[in-house]
Write a protein that binds this ligand. Sequence first.
Ligand SMILES: [Zn+2]
Length: 455
Amino acid sequence: MAEVKISFYGGVEEVTGANFLLEIDNKRLLIDCGLFQGFTFADHRNWDPFPYDPKSIDALVVTHAHVDHVGRIPKLIHDGFQGKIYSTPPTKELAEIMLRDTAHILEKKDEKYGLAEIYTEENIKKALSLWQVMPYHNVLMLSRQVELSFRDAGHVLGSAMAVFEYNNKKIVFTGDLGNSPSPLLRDTEEVTDADYLIMESVYGDRNHEARNRRREILASIIEKNFQKKGVLLVPTFSLERVQELLFEIDELVENDLVPVTTIFLDSPLAIELTRVFKAHQDYFNKKTQFIIGAGDDVFNFPGLRPTLKTEESKNILKSPPPKIIIAGSGMSAGGRIVHHEKNYLKDPKTTLLLTGYQTPGTLGRQLEEGARKVTILGEEIEVKAEVVKIDGYSGHKDSDHLVEFVEKGKKTLKKVFVVMGETKAALFLANRLREKGITAVVPKLNESVFLDLNH
Ligand SMILES: [Zn+2]
């Protein structure tokens, strides 16, 4: 009997903490093992015991390298997991950098919960030794009857949807779905043959306005900052968003569409991740591969100044405006950006540019919602800067495109489980899908469901 069980252990009615258990053909398989990231970079729930015995898990399948999908892997190892880990090649390389960076942040910040103990060099090394890579569309047998393959999700470099095939039925975990067309990556592949879909819903209730005008808007913000001799602060995610912005600015600068401005890339993490991008250019879309083939280094242009050392970062203050500072973290929940925000948000000539999702409770969310007074590094700061947002650079599909993605596969779909979005977004998307005649539910945390794969 082909009965299958899925348990929803994280990334349920919230964006972060993705963790799903698939019990199939006598195998226990995890999909993603992400960090819960709410009010803090890593909230205390991350150190609660897993609701299953990690020793009993046969394998972990990783969709992509964002910390909210890989961040609890060191804990899984620490708690006894011995199985194999599977992902695409770029995901493994990027995850290694992300996990080491997370270890470094936790070392400084979270002694309170003893979090750093789990992020030891040893646990990360062990994870990497268990980790096997597989390109898109290859097939791997996870048991006598269960096949695993990856399809391009178009979200970040190497991001994948995990497809499990059993008894001629397919269960697809989307991971995060890219906001295609992306400047760099290929479009999200279609899924028209799935029986069950476990899908993300970060933007389930919103559309990205002005997606087609994103580069134009970016150019006008850079131009305006140049004219008023201001400081343009860009808190950004080091994985994918930075590389996309660099690519876009490269195009703008080299085609004389914006004036050359000093641009500090003030993120050792982003600088390191960009190296992985350069090593996997075959994962880029055709247009980008063509530009690279014609001899352009798409992540380098006049005015760009990567700042690796702390001392170089501090010296940015001395550099005269106009200037642009790109730094992490993307939600201003730590990292070098908060130092710049502390220095510059009180200046009306400053522009703060948000380019992505801001989790409730973070400084980024406060600023997005128009807070005029914020506390940064223990100091109260009056916000006089202009806060602008370009939604078009989001790494996630918006509501209309999520619906379109599912609708294309409607014929074979029996049920859609809507996860990895705040409650409101998930419920809204499920509702929209039901209106299209598709069975869609929003599971509860720790809920288990049985799928009948006989029919
Ligand atoms: Zn992601």
